[in-house]
Design a protein around this ligand. Structure first.
Ligand SMILES: NC(=O)c1ccc[n+]([C@@H]2O[C@H](COP(=O)([O-])OP(=O)(O)OC[C@H]3O[C@@H](n4cnc5c(N)ncnc54)[C@H](OP(=O)(O)O)[C@@H]3O)[C@@H](O)[C@H]2O)c1
Length: 335
């Protein structure tokens, strides 16, 4: 290995938008200690919403003081390792999901916190955190069954398109929302039973007209009015999983005044449940195995957004791109 230094993206100050909070720094490549791997990252997943909230200081369970490292999931190759590492070899493809480990060219991690995979591709990367989150949210929080009506919002996005397929594989009728013809086509190819392009159809009207008994399970990534519509259309004993609220990530949080939410839930015995992957880590390993199995048996497709983002300097644009709502599938940066 000839390189002596590498580059990474850090948040140097808290700021409303990602771009003005971050800075690229160049530092020496560290040596792995006894149980560590040195990994050369090949791809990292872009989590534009989480990244932006982190840079605003709006992630209550983390509360970081700048400067701090950014990015989470990455896939790369082992380029050096400590003398006590046993289960890895040079050149192995590995996934890491350490906070701060994504937006950098190299990282050292404990071998225990790395997962060996067959190949260092953006598809495998997408499965390992985004896919795992979709599966755990549907099953552990949404208590997904079969023969139910499941609604996924931002359905053509990174997590949404996996959720759609998992809900179909479980034997449900799946509705997906999105905003373009290309996304509608992707969702139809993935087996979505009813795609609602909310720019050409009214979500609330379609749900009321076509699903008069309501929706049993809702996987909501969007928030705001979409969340309100979701709550309104829950079935008796329906479950709404709050996966995220991307419509508020690029703007200030909207303050609202209305009746307390139990007025809408109580009479239907419905529920709204928050989901945050870090609080469900005990399910990650088995979810990973099941997703890889489905993927390698061609039962699950991974859509990676075709827009190319190359290198550390492209990460701010990738975050902006994701928050602009244009992406179809998972947004990744390649190094
Ligand atoms: N809770 C967890 O542990 C966890 C884990 C992973 C992801 N998430 C959450 O899941 C959601 C999706 O994340 P992702 O990274 O996979 O992103 P993504 O879904 O790939 O990308 C965002 C998509 O959201 C849709 N969207 C709808 N309304 C939007 C708006 N007002 N502004 C911007 N986009 C809008 C856009 O598609 P259309 O408008 O065409 O639908 C856009 O393509 C986020 O809320 C994220 O925080 C949560």
């Amino acid at each position: 290995m000839n390189a002596k230094t590498y580059r990474k993206l850090i948040a140097n100050q808290l700021s409303q938008d990602f771009k003005s909070a971050v800075e690229i720094v160049e530092i020496p490549i560290p040596k792995p200690t006894a149980n560590q791997l040195l990994i050369k990252n090949k791809f990292a997943g872009i989590n534009g919403g989480f990244d932006t909230l982190l840079c605003r200081g709006d992630v209550p369970y983390i509360n970081l003081t700048p400067p701090f490292d950014l990015g989470v999931e990455a896939v790369g190759k082992v380029v050096a390792m400590g003398e006590d590492v046993e289960d890895f070899q040079m050149g192995d493809a590995v996934i890491t999901t350490t906070r701060g480990g994504g937006y950098r060219q190299y990282q050292v991690v404990d071998a225990n916190n790395s997962v060996k995979v067959q190949e260092a591709t953006p598809e495998i990367l997408t499965l390992m955190l985004t896919g795992v989150s979709a599966l755990v949210a549907l099953e552990q929080v949404g208590k997904m069954k079969n023969n139910e009506v499941v609604l996924v919002t931002a359905a053509a996005g990174g997590i949404g398109h996996i959720a759609v397929q998992l809900a179909k594989l479980a034997g449900n009728h799946v509705i997906g929302t999105c905003s373009t013809k290309a996304k509608t086509d992707l969702l139809t190819e993935l087996g979505c039973d009813r795609v609602i392009n909310y720019r050409t159809e009214d979500l609330n009207q379609v749900l009321k007209q076509e699903y008069s008994k309501g929706i049993n399970l809702i996987f909501d990534c969007v928030g705001k009015q979409v969340f309100d519509t979701c709550v309104e259309n829950l079935a008796i004993r329906g479950r709404l999983v709050v996966v995220g609220f991307i419509s508020e990530y690029a703007t200030n949080i909207e303050q609202i005044t209305q009746q307390r939410i139990y007025h809408q839930l109580f009479w239907k015995a419905a529920s709204v449940r928050g989901f945050l992957m870090p609080h469900y880590q005990e399910y990650a390993a088995s979810a990973r195995d099941r997703l890889l199995n489905l993927f390698y048996n061609n039962r699950l497709r991974v859509a990676v957004d075709p827009r190319k983002f190359n290198g550390i300097e492209s990460i701010s644009d990738a975050v902006e791109y994701l928050l602009s709502g244009q992406n179809c599938g998972k947004v990744v940066v390649r190094f």
